[in-house]
Design a protein around this ligand. Structure first.
Ligand SMILES: [Zn+2]
Length: 74
């Protein structure tokens, strides 16, 4: 979430296998469940309890989660 109250669109995704980092644009209205690592070609999937690969492996959560937190989650 930036200062304007907009969701951050780009995330740095880090592969848990090889550590490869990549800047990825996130879809704002959907959750991305699969991502192929450009370093080792492993297909990343969300960890249990996470809605998408960004919530599991990126430095920021996905836009829907950012908005959710902004509204004040318990
Ligand atoms: Zn990798």
């Amino acid at each position: 979430m930036n200062t304007k109250g907009e969701a951050i669109r780009f995330a740095i995704l880090t592969c848990p296998d090889c550590g490869f980092k990549e800047r990825v644009e996130m879809p704002t209205n959907a959750c991305q469940h699969f991502y192929r690592c450009q370093g080792c070609e492993k297909v990343l999937k969300p960890k249990q309890g996470d809605c998408c690969v960004f919530c599991s492996y990126a430095d920021v959560k996905c836009p829907p989660q950012q908005l959710e937190e902004h509204r004040g989650n318990p």
